[in-house]
Design a protein around this ligand. Structure first.
Ligand code: ADP
Ligand code: SF4
Ligand code: MG
Length: 345
């Protein structure tokens, strides 16, 4: 296991990313896609924080804001540097951001499109080290060879191009590339979603080994709870740009507090066929809400079987229900919803 210091590595406060919707020749703004809408959470040093939710709920946008690939509409991203000093990444110019870009790296869903097909592996993995003046020539090649070994690829193949590799191997190249600047935080966005199940497991194992070896903190984005179940220490659940629940992985599976989480849990495939179809399941019906026109009150109310009049008018704030367990539901803790163990029984 990775050593978790309990120290906050990053504190995300009231993060909003609203994309303008424009119309006509003059690009008049006629509305906003509230892709991330007032989201707050902490990332603890050394942990793996899973971020889950249906497609379009704002997971990728959140990750891109943490990396400052996107400039958020508002909010703070407080990053604790190695020397203990805390900086708000949203307030920095692109020049002042440079050192932090080395600390925070991203692994993307589709290595096919995130790796330039005309670059050999040595350049794909070595590029950032060369551009940052860390190494060049023979020394750079030695470092690339070392990184390739770490991710389980043969250094002899460093002159080959991405098309010569399988999907799983390409994702390993993406991982080596992300690790080349010795980052502290790695945001993995659906990093294994495009891979076969057996290759998924190998890649997750590799990422866990690398986390221990390089003392990494992971934010692991996935649309599917079964992917993060075995790798995440804590899980954040998003719904239409909002954080609706966050707690330890164990608590989320045992005692979900938000009806949306319960619905996601009931969709997790059961390995034991005898358990399938048993227990009371909360099925997800209806369409996911439109982030440019979210429903008033609780964004989940049109799909929630527990919704009351209050839910149609009042937005439930994210609040602490138990120690380390936050949920954004007016009735969190009082609803007859079940965790996975109860579903199986
Ligand atoms: N650059 C952009 N411009 C406008 N809308 C965007 C942009 N990026 C994402 N969106 C919208 O923001 C919402 C959240 O998207 P995203 O963060 O990609 O969700 P997820 O990763 O959870 O599937 C979606 O409605 C998406 O269409
Ligand atoms: S606040 Fe109301 S509508 Fe929203 S999840 Fe809770 S019970 Fe359902
Ligand atoms: Mg995404």
């Amino acid at each position: 296991m990775t050593v978790k210091t309990g120290k906050t590595l990053m504190e995300v406060r009231n993060l909003k990313m609203h994309f303008p919707i424009t119309k006509g020749f003059f690009k008049r703004t006629i509305g906003h896609v509230k892709a991330v809408d007032d989201v707050s959470f902490d990332i603890i040093e050394g942990e793996t924080l899973g971020v889950v939710g249906e497609s379009g709920c704002g997971k990728t946008t959140t990750g891109r804001c943490l990396m400052r690939i996107l400039q958020p509409t508002s909010g703070e991203i407080l990053y604790r540097r190695e020397d203990g000093e805390v900086v708000d990444l949203t307030s920095l110019s692109s020049r002042d951001l440079k050192p932090y870009r080395r600390d925070i790296r991203m692994i993307f869903q589709d290595p096919q499109s995130s790796l330039n097909p005309r670059m050999p592996v040595v350049e794909l993995v070595g590029e950032a080290m060369r551009l940052n003046g860390i190494a060049e020539g023979k020394e750079l090649e030695d470092r690339v060879a070392e990184l390739l070994k770490k991710v389980g690829l043969r250094p002899e193949y460093m002159r080959r191009f991405p098309h010569a590799f399988s999907g799983g191997e390409r994702q390993r190249i993406g991982i080596a590339r992300a690790l080349s600047l010795n980052p502290r935080l790695v945001v993995a966005d659906e990093a294994v979603s495009a891979l076969d199940v057996s290759v998924q497991a190998q890649t997750l194992n590799l990422m866990q080994d690398l986390q221990d070896e390089f003392k990494l903190t992971y934010v692991f984005v996935a649309h599917d709870l079964s992917v993060v179940e075995h790798i995440a220490d804590r899980i954040a659940v998003m719904y239409v740009g909002k954080l609706v629940e966050i707690c330890s992985t164990e608590a989320l599976f045992d005692r979900p507090m938000h009806p949306y989480t319960a619905a996601l849990l009931s969709a997790v495939p059961k390995p034991d066929p005898r358990l399938r179809g048993k227990g009371s399941r909360t099925r997800l019906t209806g369409e996911v809400a439109d982030p440019s026109n979210p429903p008033p009150g609780c964004p989940f109310h049109p799909r929630c079987s527990f919704a009351t009049d209050l839910c149609k008018t009042d937005v439930p704030p994210l609040r602490r229900v138990e120690d380390g367990h936050m949920a954004a539901c007016h009735y969190a803790g009082d609803l007859p919803i079940k965790g996975v163990a109860a579903l199986a029984g």
